[in-house]
Design a protein around this ligand. Structure first.
Ligand SMILES: [Zn+2]
Ligand SMILES: [Zn+2]
Length: 183
């Protein structure tokens, strides 16, 4: 049975992981669980001069660590992620691949000098988790600005889109993976 495994990558806010399980299960119609394995220590991916973590090396480490796992892997960290050509990324995924990673770092209102809002943080993290996992299932960026597969470069854009796949993206997802009826 296809499944999705959520993996904590340090530095991490562990409390954010469990609330992702049910909505991810509902979105992808797959079993979802938080791994019982030790968190992945993200320090190897730290770029000291940027004080950020490389998202691509983290994807490689997830693939290596969970080599025998058949489903998708979603790494969740509170470290600030980057790829060399960009200032930061909210997450990264392998298109049609196995691994994705998301960061809560820039999803926190505190990052923008505002009061903490845990509920909003959790919702933003869910949207980005669905978005990155969507890429692993072959979904590309969507023009519909309400669709979770719409590309977001700032939190304002994440807040505009919903946590749902539009009808087109849903159809693409479930036509590729027949037998899995979404709702
Ligand atoms: Zn994307
Ligand atoms: Zn869409």
């Amino acid at each position: 049975m296809s499944s999705i495994l959520i993996v904590e990558i340090t530095p991490a806010d562990r409390s954010l992981l469990a609330p992702l399980v049910q909505p991810l299960r509902k979105t992808f119609s797959q079993s979802v669980e938080v791994t019982q394995a030790q968190p992945l220590d993200g320090s190897f991916a730290l770029n000291v001069s940027r004080n950020q973590y490389g998202s691509t090396p983290i994807l490689s480490a997830l693939l290596e660590k969970f080599e025998d796992f058949e489903g998708r892997i979603l790494g969740v960290t509170s470290g600030d992620l980057f790829v060399p050509v960009l200032t930061y990324v909210f997450g990264e995924a392998q298109l049609n691949g196995k691994a994705a990673v998301v960061s809560s770092h820039r999803l926190r209102d505190e990052f923008y000098g505002l009061q903490p809002n845990k509920q909003l943080l959790q919702l933003r993290l869910l949207k980005e988790s669905i978005h990155e996992l969507g890429h692993t299932f072959g979904l590309l960026h969507c023009k519909d600005y309400l669709c979770v597969m719409h590309s977001s470069t700032g939190v304002e854009e994440i807040d505009v889109k919903t946590e749902k796949l539009c009808a087109d993206c849903k159809e693409k997802l479930f036509s590729k993976y027949p037998g899995r009826m979404g709702n």
